[in-house]
Design a protein around this ligand. Sequence first.
Ligand code: 3HC
Ligand code: NAI
Length: 701
Amino acid sequence: MTDVVRLEVQGDIALITVSNPPVNALGHAVRAGLLQAFQDAETDSRVRAVILICQGSTFIAGADIKEFGKPPQAPSLPEVIDTIESCSKPSVAVIHGTALGGGLEVALGCHYRIARKDAKVGLPEVKLGLLPGAGGTQRLPRLAGVAKALDMIVSGQPISAAEALEHTIIDELFEGELAAAGIGFARRLLDDGRGPRRSGEQTRGLEGADNEALIRAKHAEVAKRMPGLFSPLRCVAAVEAAVKLPLAEGLKRERELFVECLNSPQRGALVHSFFAERQASKINDLPADVKPRAINSAAVIGGGTMGVGIALSFANAGLPVKLLEINEDALLRGLQRARDTYAASVKRGSLTEEAMEKRLSLVTGVTDYGALADADVVVEAVFEDMDVKRQVFEQLDAVCKPGAILASNTSSLDLNAIATFTKRPQDVVGLHFFSPANVMRLLEVVRGEKTSDDVLATAMAIGKQLKKVSVVVGVCDGFVGNRMVFQYGREAEFLLEEGATPQQVDAALRNFGMAMGPFAMRDLSGLDIGQAIRKRQRATLPAHLDFPTVSDKLCEAGMLGQKTGAGYYRYEPGNRMPLENPALAPMLEAASREKGIERRELEEQYIIERTIFALVNEGAKILEEGIAQRSSDIDVIYLNGYGFPAFRGGPMFYADSVGLDKVLARVRELHARCGDWWKPAPLLEKLAAEGRTFTEWQAGQ
Ligand code: 3HC
Ligand code: NAI
């Protein structure tokens, strides 16, 4: 027996226990251990039934993702599951935590499944660019029906144990201790004379529905809703094999499709995204013994767009939060906005009325700073104006208890300067939420010069409490995300002067996989935001760092985007569908004329390189300056805050996969033709010359 899988015989029941922290992933040792344990249980004449349980916080959470792309090592998971399923003695998987991917497939290989009430089960492989490759696409439809199996496999979303019971994926729910529940269930099986019941031999899920129609409908839905993704259509094809082929042939087809996915570049990018997100929570230079401060209550200053969203994020996490505004009127508006936001969720059906009231009861409106004396963390979200920030932080310094975290949601002001408005700069940190703050997962945690280690650790812990993906960034104009997106947006505008239309640029970037094109995005957030930033930057930027002018012209004409019915596009009242804005074409032609540019047809690839490589070049500077800890952190920011396609792994990973030498050649060309702002980042030059990637690079090397 291996260390990670133990077999123990208690009377006539074999207890197989997997112990491979942290998530009992099915690495080589676990697969070999499971194979051996089930073979031993089969040959041990004392054994009449087998139960499979896992130690630690969860049942098996899937294949070991770190092994993907490495040479396969026997036994393969399908081989292990085949042995489990063909065992002549009834077996029971006892599920707690999350039975995911290969974990659920192992459970489906067992003859019966019971789950603790709080457990979840799912096949999330599609999120890693894969499909369930160890029988999941063949066995799940046979148990749960084709419609449910397609939903679970194509969405990758886990379901609750109760829902799994409803769909006969699970036989029974239990509470309490795992081994006792498993042994109890196995004992009943033996008493009732029930033997093996193999999922692969079941037919009930395949009967009574028009499965071919379900497959066709899902195929059409995936083709429409997930364009550009490699694995979802193959998920559908694998389930189709379950419908049309006998088990053995279906399993063979599943394997072929799985290997296609495994070898696709999208799998590499999505696995990178998975680990990048987990890596982002680690702070390189933080001593291991640093303890975060306890956070049991919060306060937010400013009940505008961001303040309300941030307050709701705290309430969603079950934390009491005070919302402070300048006067009663502004406060009432803020509280109403909070109620309206929840009411919209109730209307959509994503929140119950009861949950809304419970969450709203956690939000208390105040106008007096004295009410903030006991808050563990205060997040400031007032106007983006240094004088206003000064007033707020001076008052916070006067009233907040010692040890309270004083955070600013500023998106562009100098956090180090804000910290000087207090006598406790070590307690000041940036918590840069993204709009809408109650929805967007990204949180940039801004580490000021004086931010103490435990405040930084607490800020990361707050992010976790709020279920955000938190990334540590340093202080600079725009931090990581906005500093880069500024370059991207500017290049998009230059493309308009060269000959493109907003429609062409947006379509090229959507085809690349961006959730939204840059111009549709600007129309959504309002063109005046960019104008304010440009005004501020024009005062300090060297003259040669020219700005395109079309956006300014639109602002001058009062076309600020969706909110005014026109911007880069035109909008019918009450409709967000972007239509052509007839006022734009003459503005574009005038802008080209003014700069002496002859408008020309632009190729899609050129549009993509001009904008995405602008992100990459700025990202390289950010990395070298130490504003981001690692290139994968930049990827996490773009994947979670800017709609960058996960199947490309983020801008830095994308550049790595294109090849930094090729990226550099293009950047040099743009530098020579467009202007000095395209000067290649020294780090890009260095890595390209050394044949290395951003992902491999560590600061100081
Ligand atoms: N393989 C290897 N490592 C894994 C892993 C896996 N399947 N799942 C999680 N880990 C690692 C994480 O990288 C992390 O490592 P770190 O501490 O060094 O950063 C550690 O386990 C803990 O993970 P989380 O921080 O994510 O812990 P949570 O408690 O928040 O979440 C979880 C636990 C829900 C299990 C989550 O980790 C998860 O969703 N894991 C991935 C599950 C998955 O995708 N399974 C399918 C794999 S593909 C497959 O099975 C193919 C098969 O069909 C052939
Ligand atoms: P907003 O204008 O919608 O709201 C600001 C609110 O602050 C107003 O309700 C105002 O009454 C209140 N306020 C002003 N001075 C105050 C004071 N002294 N005390 C208490 N309340 C006061 O602004 P928005 O968009 O919510 O931005 C707030 C902050 O968040 C800014 O620093 C901004 O840069 C930042 N931010 C904005 C994002 C966005 O997309 N809007 C994204 C990320 C950060």
